[in-house]
Design a protein around this ligand. Structure first.
Ligand code: PRP
Ligand code: URA
Length: 177
């Protein structure tokens, strides 16, 4: 995980030709600490503190009517805003792509970045929308019947990426626990 995040930090810098106008927005819950970790890597390499924020997508899901919403998570846009910026969305797992679609919608209500890119720790395939990640920690081919679990010290108290048997969880974010 550590090496993947370091590489993603380098890739973001290379793609953006530096850290200028970059903003990292993590999708809660685990996308936020991942965005902070990537920002720390960028600071170590480039000596620049890239603004980090969080983007709650709870009320932008396309299946809200099917799944009752859980309590909203935190949206915090850094003071520099997102207008005219290169925003890198960060999440732990990319699966159907519905969370990312919702994130694009949520962002639309907050400003107009010049460019939006996507960084994920794990891409497990099975997309249901025309969405792909620009920066991928690891491609992890998986069956739909499985679930990829990412656990982070900041949110879970321990570190793990695991494939488990269980519901694939399409559209779960925003569902009541
Ligand atoms: O591409 P998708 O099909 O949208 O799946 C990916 C999303 O699913 C997971 O969140 P989950 O809904 O499990 O909520 P969590 O972050 O609370 O674990 C994960 O954190 C991604 O945000
Ligand atoms: O396997 C999956 C699918 C969606 N979200 C996850 O976190 N894992």
């Amino acid at each position: 995980m550590a090496r993947s995040l370091t590489r993603i930090g380098h890739e973001i810098l290379e793609r953006n030709r530096g850290a200028e106008d970059l903003v990292l927005l993590g999708v809660p819950s685990r996308g936020v600490p991942l965005a902070q970790r990537i920002a720390a890597r960028i600071a170590a390499v480039e000596g620049v503190e890239v603004p980090v924020g969080s983007l709650d997508i709870t009320f932008y899901r396309d299946d809200l009517r099917k799944n009752p919403a859980r309590g909203p998570q935190h949206t915090e846009i850094p003071p520099v805003g997102i207008d005219g910026k290169t925003v890198v969305l960060v999440d732990d797992v990319l699966y159907s792509g519905r969370t990312v679609r919702a994130a694009l919608d949520a962002m639309n209500d907050l400003g107009r970045p010049d460019v939006v890119r996507l960084a994920v720790l794990v891409d497990r395939g099975h997309r249901e929308l025309p969405i792909r990640a620009d920066h991928v920690g690891k491609n992890l081919p998986s069956a739909r019947s499985e679930r990829v679990m990412v656990r982070l010290a900041e949110t879970d108290g321990y570190e793990e990426v695991r494939i488990a048997e269980g519901p694939s969880n399409v559209g779960r974010k925003g569902e009541q626990a």
